[in-house]
Design a protein around this ligand. Structure first.
Ligand code: ATP
Ligand code: MG
Length: 434
């Protein structure tokens, strides 16, 4: 893409309510812009990152045998009446009416609709197991939409639902999804922990959350420094007050609280802050029972499906990558999430030799399927460099004055180091880096 032809409205100032780096840099870098409270538009760069994350999620789920579907975003209220959630979901569920005064809901999640879809279509134990998922818009009228994409009202979620003939098989799938989620977050280049989560009536290992470690995380988790044990404090502390008090504390404040207890492996336990990016949950027959969704077992006897549900905050992940990877100048994208891997910078657009080399490299890298941006704008070099740092291209090839001596530079965004390279070797050098 030519920078002169794209729409990346970068700015110096962040919105006044943007307190977190991901919110500031995603808006300042021209990735997203706010449409209303908790409502965001994705501009070209933001859309590319979102799609990259969506693709990785889809690839790993498909490999694990899940089937992608897309359910209607608008669901009739009657569905929610039958499961009992029309009352319990409260104000987070946004209701709308059509011209005939029929009531609908902008889906905050889709257990009911998915059970309804499978009911009477999957009728025998022979058709099981089945895992269906979708990656689509959800709406939750959050009491406090904030932190940009981390807590929106409209957001992109992957929600999956599995159907089984037995509890054992449901647990097998639950474990498979845990492994699949680990692959997804590892591919995205994130530092994350799987933790035991508050599972209400289910107990035990019935609910696990995936947290991206970041000082700004809204959740407080306890992790072991020698094994992979982790737990949300919601599972450890009994009272709401205790939990709220710990969640209010910053990462620094928590470091002074030493946990006396040891992990069962003997390792030290410590507090960390996390952003919840995924949640897997053993549902049992809560929804299949209330919605009367049955299959016939081996003896021809009808039984409600055993179910599990699996969520990933796809748009929340965009912001989580930046919460974990940024510096004072802006975004540092991981290799899997960078909107463009290479930015070819023509420092002075009036210099014919610089333009010629820039165009040549741009064409060659495109031919090699490298995601490349050509900064062909008339602006000053310093301005363009600041912009490149804010956006966070992993590599910028600087074609500048040194070209007179046959040299160009590679700027590594993560380390901010510049390496001088002979202009004749630059293509091979950059291909080596990737
Ligand atoms: P939270 O405790 O953060 O409100 P939740 O428990 O309500 O999350 P789930 O219902 O399990 O979340 O939804 C699945 C995933 O969707 C979450 O793990 C999270 O990553 C994402 N998610 C939930 N609410 C939002 C939101 N308001 N904005 C962006 N992503 C969200
Ligand atoms: Mg919530």
């Amino acid at each position: 893409m030519r920078r002169s032809r794209t729409f990346i409205p970068t700015t110096k100032e962040a919105p006044s309510d943007a307190t977190l780096p991901s919110h500031q840099f995603l808006v300042r870098g021209g990735f997203i812009n706010q449409q209303g409270a908790g409502l965001y538009n994705y501009l070209p760069l933001g859309k590319i990152v979102l799609e990259k994350i969506r693709t990785i999620v889809k690839q790993e789920l498909d490999k694990a045998g899940c089937n992608e579907v897309q359910l209607s975003f608008i669901t009739p209220i009657s569905l929610w009446d039958r499961s009992g959630r029309a009352d319990t979901m409260g104000k987070e569920m946004l209701r709308i009416q059509d011209r005939h005064n029929n009531d609908f809901v902008l889906s905050p999640t889709n257990e009911e609709a998915m059970v309804e879809l499978v009911k009477n279509r999957v009728t025998s134990y022979k058709d099981l197991p089945l895992n269906l998922y979708q990656i689509n818009t959800k709406f939750r009228d959050e009491a406090r939409p904030r932190y940009g994409l981390l807590r929106g009202r409209e957001f992109l979620m992957k929600d999956g639902y599995s159907f089984h003939a037995s509890k054992e098989d449901m647990i097998r799938e639950f474990n498979l999804m845990e492994e699949t989620y680990k692959k997804i977050f590892t591919r995205l280049g994130l530092d994350f922990r799987v933790v035991q989560a508050d599972s209400g009536a289910i107990g035990g290992d019935g609910s696990k959350e995936f947290h991206v470690l970041a000082d700004s995380g809204e959740d407080t988790i306890v992790v072991c420094n020698s094994c992979d044990y982790g737990a949300n404090i919601e599972t450890i502390f009994a009272s709401e007050e205790e939990i709220d008090a710990l969640n209010e504390k910053s990462y620094e404040e928590l470091q002074s609280k030493k946990i006396d207890e040891k992990c069962s492996c003997g390792g030290e336990l410590s507090f960390k802050k996390g952003i919840e990016v995924g949640h897997i949950f053993q549902l049992g027959n809560r929804y299949s029972h209330s919605l009367e969704a049955n299959f016939n077992d081996e003896n021809g006897k009808p039984k409600p499906f055993e179910m599990a549900t699996f969520g990933i905050g796809v748009s929340r992940l965009v912001a989580s990558v930046i919460e974990q990877n940024h510096d004072e100048s802006g975004c540092i994208w991981t290799k899997a999430t960078a909107p463009y891997m290479v930015n070819v910078m023509i420092s002075n657009i009036k210099d014919e030799a610089q333009v010629a080399l820039g165009e040549e490299l741009y064409a060659k890298l495109q031919d090699a399927n490298v995601e490349v941006m050509l900064d062909d704008r008339k602006d000053r070099f310093g301005f363009k460099m600041k912009d490149a740092e804010l956006i966070g291209f992993p590599y910028t090839i600087i074609i500048g004055k040194e070209l007179a001596n046959e040299n160009v530079q590679i700027f590594d965004r993560a380390t901010k180091e510049k390496t001088e390279v002979n202009a004749a070797n630059i293509y091979e050098k950059i291909m080596e880096l990737m």
